[in-house]
Write a protein that binds this ligand. Structure first.
Ligand code: CP
Length: 340
């Protein structure tokens, strides 16, 4: 086990449901930033998931607030549209009693030509502990992390990574199926434009899952199999024996319909219907990061069926973001109520 910069790894009792991949858990994250899953060790992922599991309990209480981050400030810097991620970070900050500053490019001095770095440096001059950023350009969170003292959290950078989405997906899988290791996870959709697929591949393979990715040839990233996954254009084959069926959004705003004949044609070949879902295991769960295109990548009756955990993913997103904010802001493990 490798030594860490800011925290040692030690064996500690796993609070997660039985069957969790590893009983070795880190006691801190190594970096001041969460920029992606690629750089995380499996032990750090386990720490984040275990912390999120504890944080879920705060959301189940009548008074959903603990003073764990009282006096800390988080800037939410959103340059791209978001519903789930943005409101989930804001909810996490409120439940942990952190102060939030919410920035949207529209209506800011970005419209007068201020650069990204100048904007970030001016906000940093107000002494935030953490900056959460979503940006349409891959690598922007990494650029800010190199240039700012505050910790930076990647809330989605172009088609690169969306680490908190992969963590909330993993928490949802672990809670529903009791483990991640050994599961067959089929991820299907617009892989070429998806940051969610990249973060999920990194996370699921590090945690011991078998991942099969599926897309039409025009939406299949070249060399994706080098990430340690099976790649296929045959949706029925991808679904065969799957424990988890993860559908991804057709990113119509990025590709239009130029990469497949029509939305109707896409649904016929790659849309998840009840009949198709029968190829997966009987207890398989259906996931989607949202926003969904009903009738394009997923049939409405499947999205709303008892097999669907799509809204659980959203609820688990708050707990995951609480865990990320807490671990980065404090630098130590959450010990439950005595830390609040
Ligand atoms: N899943 C996700 O990132 O959704 P939003 O774009 O609404 O944040």
């Amino acid at each position: 086990m490798a030594p860490t910069k800011s925290g040692s790894w030690r064996s500690r009792r796993d609070e997660a449901p039985s069957g969790t991949v590893s009983r070795m858990t880190a006691t801190a994250l190594r970096s001041k930033d969460l920029l992606g899953i690629e750089a995380l060790a499996a032990e750090e992922i386990a720490l984040l998931l275990d912390t999120a599991e504890s944080m879920r309990r705060i959301g189940e209480r009548q008074i959903k607030k603990v003073p764990a981050l009282r006096g800390r400030m988080v800037v939410n810097l959103f340059f791209e549209a978001s519903t789930r991620t943005r409101f989930s970070f804001e909810t996490a900050e409120k439940w942990l009693s952190a102060d939030s500053l919410n920035f949207e490019a529209k209506g800011s001095s970005v419209e007068k030509g201020e650069t990204l770095l100048d904007t970030a440096r001016n906000l940093e001059a107000m002494s935030p502990d953490l900056i959460v950023i979503r940006h349409q350009t891959p690598g922007v969170p990494h650029f800010l992390a190199r240039n700012l003292k505050a910790g930076v959290v990647n809330a989605g950078d172009g088609a690169h990574e969306h680490p908190t989405q992969a963590l909330l997906d993993a928490l949802t899988i672990r809670r529903r199926l009791g483990r991640i290791a050994g599961l067959r996870v089929a991820i299907t959709g617009d892989l070429a434009h998806s940051r969610v697929v990249r973060s999920n591949i990194w996370l699921l393979t590090k945690m011991g899952a078998r991942v099969v990715v599926c897309a039409p040839p025009t939406l299949m990233p070249p060399r994706i199999a080098e990430m340690g996954v099976e790649a296929t254009t045959d949706f029925d084959a991808a679904l065969e024996g799957a424990d988890v069926v993860m559908m991804l959004r057709m990113q119509l705003e990025r590709s239009g319909t130029s990469l497949f004949p029509s939305a109707r044609e896409y649904f016929k070949r790659y849309g998840l219907t009840t009949a198709r879902l029968a190829r997966a295991k009987p207890e398989a769960i259906v996931m989607h990061p949202g926003p969904m295109n009903r009738g394009v990548e997923i049939a409405s009756d499947v999205a709303d069926s008892p097999r669907s955990v799509i809204l659980e993913q959203v609820s688990n997103g708050v707990a995951v973001r609480m865990a990320v904010l807490y671990l980065l802001a404090t630098g130590h493990v959450w010990e439950g109520e005595k830390d609040s």
